[in-house]
Design a protein around this ligand. Sequence first.
Ligand code: R5P
Length: 310
Amino acid sequence: MKLFAGNSNEALSLDIANYLNTGLGRCDVRRFADQEIFVELKENVRGEDVFIIQSTSYPANDNLMELLILIDAARRASARRITAVLPYFGYARQDRKPGPRTPISAKLVANLIVEAGADRVLTLDLHATQIQGFFDIPTDNLFAIPEMSKDVGARYDTENLMVVSPDVGGVVRARALANRVTAPLAIVDKRRDKPGESKVMNVIGEVTDRDCILVDDIIDSGGTLCNAAEALLDQGATSVAAYITHGVLSGEAVNRISNSKLTELVITDSIEITASVQQTKNIRVLSIAALIGEAIRRTSLEESVSSLFD
Ligand code: R5P
């Protein structure tokens, strides 16, 4: 087995390699003077089981292109099998046609990854689980909920807990956490007038005097989360914390969280943790390096990956 990584998340890639008691394969991924991407694998991969770790997070286009070119390099160097490991699969939010003349970008990106030469995909908390079907190659979609539930169990008195989905689309994910920590479930009925703007309408469920935990797959601008937190506190919740897999955190999101009434936002390191996130007191990082490392190990040994979640 050989691991290679693009430039999207060096810290996580090294942690995954450490978990597997190995190092990252030597490769050059840099820019030509005009910013085109230059790639060269610096070690032999002929006949090897190659894993390429790259989140297609900001800058999404550059990181996606690095991934595609790395896959192409491994394919042309006769790797036996290539697994694209995407701790965060970007371009997932246009996953269907809600109206005429809109693309399905998630399908387009899946096609690009397959066409580049990936034999398998390993990813985490896809924005919509059906994106798995956009790849005509084996695709494992890991879940952060088991890691989150261990953390919740260790820190909260589950007697008084209420797990909350910040929108109707996230109910399945929130229910998975609620079941694992044996807590009831509430839902914030969120309506979005324009992409990128969120508006909270209603809280479905009795949250008065409860410690609420919001669960979501992505935090981008932070609007969904902060509005949901406000709505829960307005309804009499004692406290509100959040567990969100992918900390996209663009624009003013980190400031927004820092100035919010959230007791804590817990994100994973699927997207590189910036210095400003590290310095924000109410943001904590839960590493998924061991989860991804273990899934890579099992894939390589042809062992069950789904049993990771039993
Ligand atoms: C929406 O369906 C997603 O699950 C997230 O709730 C959304 O992407 C969060 O975006 P923002 O932080 O910009 O409100």
